[in-house]
Design a binder for this molecule. Structure first.
Ligand code: GDP
Ligand code: GDP
Length: 437
């Protein structure tokens, strides 16, 4: 199940970032931001009562400025409505109700997403009277918290978790391949999707709304069933500021979580950007299959070696996913566009590949003979046997004598041997060690 997303919306200075840091810093958040994915704290992974979710501070997306407060808030609210499962609308209990609170409340009342009205800065019980004015917003009972003193935060987290939707991905059949098309604005994502959907043999079903309000595009080709995840943010150009790339990053992250296969679309002229690296890093860490699609290949002047040189550059920059196939395509001329679906089907199968324990151990045995496991102070790593414990992504457990003796370079070696023998193209594979007494 994809992690639910919680967005915090509110005027500047109501205390959103204080709240956010309190939650993130309190180590309620046990899952640190993924390394290499993002350093900025617009979102953080939170765990509460065994439920994990992603908390987004919409206020952190743009710098604070006074003259554009209202339009800025409306944009934030719009983003929250589009991307979140639960919206926390924060107001200031010291300053009281303001006109812009009313405006945002008007927008939030129209969504069918759960909205929690939270009055911050209720630093002591005797300020509780300050919350009653906020009933006028028509968003139900206001909850009192103090982000600075940490009051009411546990109750709020309880209320948030209670409002998460049930797993909406049950809507799709097990054999329908879920594809997230990700990449910066203007790289050609919607052109690629439209070209694929425009192919004669593709049949697009009615656009299905999930409980998340994400607009997905299910389609079939022959007997093969696919769905493009969250095409709303891609095909309908949003009126809200497209230039703010961080919005598209947040959307990408939730799409990746719901997907089996990620198409990482890159503009041939621009190459891999830092944002692409972050988003691709997320796909890798989430265990998704990935295909790197270099679009606008028609616009590149080519010499004999151009494709090789490009491949090298990409392998260098996305060095953590050497397994991802690279396709050079053009949505404009349709060059190699038909290969995209073939490749999606292929890597999706690889993602679900399960190998027999016996055959696996033959391969491991050979690998060990060729290249001895590491040793330390006269003690050598012993690998008793390995077994594949999961698919999508493929996960292996190796039973060993002593975890201290494992080394990432030897793990990498074993991974390569497994890939040489079985493929697993397009998918990350994970190896875990367990000590066997
Ligand atoms: P944001 O713009 O909504 O992210 O607001 P900030 O988190 O930057 O907070 C704005 C101001 O309100 C800062 O001076 C905070 O110290 C203060 N503040 C935040 N939470 C509380 C609170 O619970 N009680 C009080 N008294 N002040 C708070
Ligand atoms: P998105 O924002 O990633 O969905 O990008 P779009 O599909 O809207 O494309 C952005 C711009 O790039 C549009 O002007 C497209 O016509 C252009 N474009 C898309 N694919 C190609 C391509 O393969 N070659 C060229 N030359 N232009 C393209």
């Amino acid at each position: 199940m994809p992690k639910p997303v919680v967005a915090v919306v509110g005027r500047p200075n109501v205390g959103k970032s204080t709240f956010f840091n309190k939650i993130a810093g309190k180590r309620i958040s046990i899952v640190e931001d993924q390394p290499g994915v993002t350093r900025d704290r617009i979102y953080t992974e939170v765990e509460w009562l065994n439920t994990q979710f992603t908390l987004i501070d919409t206020g952190g997306i743009e710098p604070k400025s006074d003259d554009v407060i209202l339009s800025q808030m409306k944009r934030q609210a719009q983003i929250a409505i589009e991307t979140a499962d639960v919206i926390v609308f924060m107001v200031d209990g010291k300053e009281g109700l303001t006109a812009s609170d009313q405006d945002v409340a008007n927008m939030l009342r129209k969504t069918n997403k759960p909205v929690l009205l939270v009055v911050n800065k209720i630093d002591a019980h005797h300020f509780i009277g300050n919350i009653y004015d906020f009933y006028q917003l028509g968003l139900g009972d206001p909850m009192a918290i103090s982000s600075v003193n940490g009051l009411g935060l546990g109750d709020l987290l309880d209320e948030i978790v209670e409002r998460f939707p049930d797993d909406d991905d049950a809507d799709y059949e097990e054999d329908r391949i879920k594809v997230a098309v990700i990449g910066k604005p203007n790289v050609g994502k919607s052109s690629i999707i439209n070209t694929i959907l425009g192919e004669e043999r593709v049949i697009v079903s009615n656009i299905a709304g999930t409980t998340r309000d994400a607009i997905d595009t299910p389609f079939t080709q022959g007997d093969d069933k696919y769905v493009f995840i969250d095409t709303a943010g891609i095909r309908r150009k949003s009126r809200i500021n497209e230039n703010i790339e961080k919005y598209s990053v947040i959307r990408s992250l939730t799409a990746i979580e719901r997907a089996d296969v990620c198409l990482i679309v890159i503009d041939a002229a621009e190459g891999v950007t830092e944002q692409d690296t972050k988003v691709a890093g997320y796909a890798h860490e989430q265990g998704k299959a990935s295909i790197i699609v270099v679009n606008k290949w028609d616009a590149i002047e080519k010499e004999t070696n151009t494709m090789n040189a490009y491949t090298k550059g990409i392998r260098n920059q996305l060095s953590f996913m050497p397994y991802a196939p690279i396709l050079f395509v053009s949505a404009k001329t349709k060059q190699r566009i038909p290969q995209i679906l073939e490749m999606i089907k292929f890597v999706s199968n690889q993602h679900a590949l399960r190998v027999q324990t016996g055959v696996l151990n033959d391969i491991i045995g050979e690998a060990i003979l060729l290249n001895q496991p590491p040793s330390d102070k006269g003690k050598r790593l012993k690998i008793f046997y390995g077994t594949q414990v999961a698919v999508k992504p493929p996960k292996f457990v190796f039973f060993i004598n002593d975890r201290e003796l494992t080394h990432f370079s030897y793990t990498r070696y074993l991974e390569n041997k497994i890939r040489d023998a079985f493929g697993f193209e397009g998918t990350p594979i994970f190896i875990e060690y367990r000590e066997k007494g």
